[in-house]
Ligand binder design. Structure first.
Ligand SMILES: Nc1ncnc2c1ncn2[C@@H]1O[C@H](COP(=O)(O)OP(=O)(O)O)[C@@H](O)[C@H]1O
Ligand SMILES: [Mg+2]
Length: 263
């Protein structure tokens, strides 16, 4: 009998997979479908696109996908394309060479720093049309040239994108490039809003009370019912805020409906 080497990191144990997926709290049907897709899409190297409202867990899903994928030991680099001014976005993504613009320094961009791992292009729907074209060129050529530079750097990475806009609609309206859309959306995943998975609220609430408090705080069933009756425009991010506030306001160990205040 031969002894198999351990610790190679290439084989994935069931427990490791479960641990990563457990970060996404919820046992309802809707979130179950999302978890099925994460399991199915993880081993592949094709681009994944997460779409869903703000606060539904797109970034969390991307991190889990990275943890489940063969690239889990390589970097996960996230960049929020909506939060960075267009003039800076390109040097952030592609890097810069001294002399590219006044005060420019030689610096690698996100793509170079990700090499071997996963790049997470968050809020990709916010990118300008001209930046979209440059991004597409990098993805198609699988190589990047720093802004102001001339040499090309070959890339080996997986692309995960996310948007809270419906990119198909954005494409129809002429705001999102069709070619880029097809390039990034090979494996699409829709993350449902919290109001369409109210069945997950009890488990989410218990788990958040546990992780946000250091003592043995609890939440009453009546409070959970109050949470289930809310519309949750801010989704799970809003739920976290509500629980965090309730823990502060509550005068007793167990959170009561009166402690739950919506924005
Ligand atoms: N199913 C979930 N279980 C536990 N926490 C979650 C879940 N989905 C989202 N979160 C948490 O909610 C917050 C918002 O999630 P995030 O991934 O940033 O959303 P998005 O990128 O869609 O705006 C984060 O703190 C995240 O960890
Ligand atoms: Mg986000």
């Amino acid at each position: 009998m031969a002894l198999q080497g351990t610790g190679s990191g290439s084989d994935f144990t069931a427990t490791g997979e479960d641990q990563a997926l457990d970060l996404m709290v919820g046992r309802g049907k809707a979130i179950g479908l999302v978890k099925d897709l994460l399991r199915r899409y993880a081993p592949a190297d094709s681009p994944v696109l997460f779409q869903g409202e703000s606060g539904t867990g797109k970034e969390l899903a991307a991190q889990i996908l990275h943890k489940l994928s063969p690239r889990r030991s390589a970097p996960f680099i996230a960049i929020n394309c909506g939060a960075i001014p267009e003039s800076i976005l390109e040097t952030e993504l592609f890097g810069s060479e001294r002399g590219a613009y006044t005060d420019a320094v030689s610096r690698p961009g996100c793509f170079e720093r990700t090499n071997g791992g996963v790049i997470f292009l968050d809020e990709i729907g916010e990118m300008s049309y001209s930046s979209q074209a440059k991004l597409l060129r990098v993805l198609e050529a699988k190589e990047v040239t720093r802004v102001g530079g001339s040499g090309t750097i070959p890339l080996n990475l997986r692309v995960i994108s996310a948007s809270n806009r419906d990119l198909k609609e954005e494409k129809k309206a002429g705001r999102f490039r069709e070619d880029l859309f097809y390039r990034i959306s090979v494996l699409p995943v829709k993350i449902p809003p919290l109001r369409e998975r109210l069945e997950d609220i009890p488990l989410l609430a218990y788990s958040m009370v546990g992780s946000l408090s250091d003592d043995s705080r609890q939440i009453s069933m009546e409070s959970v019912e109050k949470l289930k009756a809310h519309g949750w425009p801010g989704n799970i991010r809003e739920l976290r805020n509500v629980i965090e506030r309730a823990l502060l306001f509550s005068k007793c160990r167990i959170i009561q409906p009166g402690d739950i205040i919506f924005e």
